[in-house]
Design a protein around this ligand. Sequence first.
Ligand code: FAD
Ligand code: DLZ
Ligand code: SF4
Length: 507
Amino acid sequence: MTLLLPVLGDQLNPALASLRGVAREAAVVLMAEVDEEATYVPHHRQKLVLVFSAMRHFAEELRAAGWRVDYRRLDAPDHRGSLTAEVAAAARRHGATRIRATLAAEHRVIAHQGRWAEAAGIPCDLLEDDRFFVAPSAFAAWARGRRRLRMEDFYRWQRQETGILMEAGTPRGGRWNFDRENRKPLPAGLVPPEPPRFAPDAITREVIAMVEDRFPDHFGTTHRFAWPVTRRDALVALDRFVAERLPLFGDYQDALSHSHETLFHSLLSTSINLGLILPREAVAAAEAALDAGSAPVHAVEGFIRQILGWREYVRGIYFAEGEAYVRRNALGAVRPLPRFYWSGESGMACLDRAVAQTRDLAYAHHIQRLMVLGNFALLAGIDPFEVHLWFLVVYADAYEWVEAPNVIGMSQYADDGLLGSKPYAASGAYIDRMGDHCRHCRYDVKARLGPKACPFNLLYWDFLARNEPRLASNQRLWQPYATWRRFDAARRAAIRAEAGRFLDSLA
Ligand code: FAD
Ligand code: DLZ
Ligand code: SF4
């Protein structure tokens, strides 16, 4: 009996469910680079390099650990283009009698896995991916009968279930959530420590050449590629984050900066999403820093909330809502995505900075994604499906299961408030308060009308006015609507006319 063990490109962990407890001598691991996955959207070139290089390194690690690995390269003359075709061919090649795999993270690939048994003509066992804290069925049970599915409720439940950041049944530090302490702008003169860079080795350099050659039209550059591509490097990245940036992570979690690209963020999403490190390892390392007194509770809680809270919660929403979720459009937004999301030539300093960084790093931090790139699209009424596709393309950590709830739900409010209690809509004042972009901009953040008026200001009021029938009853928007109604009629009309002209000029 030979067991075929397909391992997907984001399942790169030796403790993967389908690899556990298997006798190595009777098994073949299959890993396949395939066009189908490389092109279901035209991924940023750095993401392709990251995934293929990490896959090739993981195959080497498995071989070193005694596994037989059949690795199918994208540039092999006989490569087959789809995961299902590769699985069926490998089953024949190795005389496999059974397939065993870990369930994929996304609806699209789960559907492919459902066809593997028939395509290969042998049984196929699909195991739950237990790298996550919460199985989709457990999330569904938690959600059942709840009037609202709020992250904060989910997060407290998970804290109690796991005992993470808990002491004798109560939250460590005396509070569940230190969000209020996580909102400081970066003071002038404070220079965040540079995150470690992992220079491309021979394997990565070979993949860069292949990707440049095969995907010349895909967005993004590769010359600054510095992501961890092995578990060893990802563990170094985790250690360095905990020692150097975690202590101030909480304070500056919401900050923006024109000169510092990554601030105190961890840059761990690529490694966690690929499987190089497990979410519970990142959480344990942060809690250990609290135990050791090397990071304060508001920083550690702020970090753990993102992983045990947000990351697990959005995955639960992704599976609970199903494939139709990405097509939701509660605000009826239909405008096409402006070209400057690709060129970085909008003239808005905050937005152009975020796009340039996205092109060169395949990374922007959470506040750039939410309060600059996402906020602009929300205010301008861009079709949320187009926004979703853009975010799925441009980030090295982008996988639909985590990207779609963040974009469709959190950022674009296209799910009608399922994920967030109010839209993340903000005027230029927010961007000005949290960072220094406005000092480098041709627009004037204090101007609300006229040729120099910050587009975020014009569009903010236009967004509220446009969506008044749907949003005015939201308790959390009471104050902005009261302010809007206090403007005299002439001012309201002028704002709407200028916003209209600005929107009409978008191409
Ligand atoms: P840190 O700020 O250091 O946070 C620590 C970790 O917490 C991250 O590594 C990540 O694993 C987790 N995390 C933080 N926020 C979230 C969140 N909202 N949802 C899920 N996990 C979170 N994250 C992705 O992994 N892939 C995406 O495609 C993605 N798209 C996004 C799109 C939009 C519009 C928004 C608003 C957020 C998106 N996020 C996405 C969430 C978040 O912005 C990134 O996880 C984060 O910026 C990654 O950088 P970091 O590792 O430095 O994070
Ligand atoms: C993201 C990605 C890419 C670009 N290429 C491959 C691939 O060639 N082979 C593979 O097994 N996996 C790849 N992946 C990761 C898958 O897309 C990922 O497993 C699904 O998105 C499920 O999360
Ligand atoms: Fe962005 Fe407006 Fe500030 Fe310019 S003035 S950087 S567009 S918020």
